[in-house]
Design a protein around this ligand. Sequence first.
Ligand code: UD1
Length: 340
Amino acid sequence: MKILVTGGTGYIGSHTVVELQEKGYEVVIVDNLSNSSIEVLDNIAKITGKRPQFEQFDLTEQKRTAEFFAANSDIEAIIHFAAFKAVGESVEKPLMYYRNNLISLMNILQGMIDNRVKNIVFSSSCTVYGQPEKLPVSESSPIQKAWSPYGNTKQMSEEIIQFTSDVNDLQAILLRYFNPIGAHESALIGELPIGVPNCLMPYITQTAIGIREFLRVWGDDYPTPDGTAIRDYIHVVDLAKAHVIAIERMIEKRSNKKVEIFNLGTGNGFSVMEVIKSFERASGVKLNYQIMERRSGDVVEVWSDTEYANKELGWKAEKPLDEMTLSAWKWEEALAKKRD
Ligand code: UD1
């Protein structure tokens, strides 16, 4: 059974490709390599023994995308990861974000309709909830006005999928991720930020390995127990597994709803300081950090209500924080070895 994974050489995409292949699915990746490297394909093959089919092009090109779908009409389902995701950059370049994230989605949906591909899993984000009034945040919590064009593209994409499926033979599962961190246990794939990382975990590991001088902790005066902001960090492999379950659910028609939404988190909130402590414990490396002003646009705290995903999807995140931070560290060490 053939699954199209857009953005399959990226961070979450590559881990999902591995899980799909290990369950016997045939995978075709489409990626323009704008934020990933072709070597990821070799590393996936080292883990699974199978190199996925790969096509390099930009999904915003309508004609090219239509040709791809026409030539691959045996695709059973799609997991659509390919998108820009840097919150700050999206504020600087809103049109670049709207153009890339929305046009590629529309081209994919058109390709699905024209070629009778019925199932799509979409990468969404807990950012759609903004700062929720009630915690933990469940799937029925209200969507709040987006704080960034990036977040807005996730909200708009969800709506585009919803309205399109209403009038077409399309089923969708929208997965709202909390904060994915960590790497595959093989340390062959992981997060590969280009330039200076924005996200916490790669910044921590790059500081510990000596690429960055110190971690800036954005604010210690939040109304939280230790004053630093709280997130629901989830191991990327747990997250990847949820995608395989979502695909099986659609293919086996376990639900009669056309569009379903699931939160993907662990249900546990950890502060920035707790993540630092976990990293130090797991790696045995002392981290340099300095407390700074709050980062603009950051929410204070958010973590997931996992009940619906646990019961309805039949999925539960299993890996504890120390395993997440240790796997991120092993990946950073593996990258350093390769540079030497
Ligand atoms: C944000 C978005 C999320 C998006 C992700 C991708 C929100 C609510 N979430 O996640 O949807 O998918 O970016 O980029 O908008 N921190 C530091 N120092 C650093 C980096 C981070 O202290 O150098 C802190 C942040 O202030 C935050 C926590 O670590 O409290 C996590 O930050 P980060 O990894 O950037 O993720 P989010 O901002 O939660």
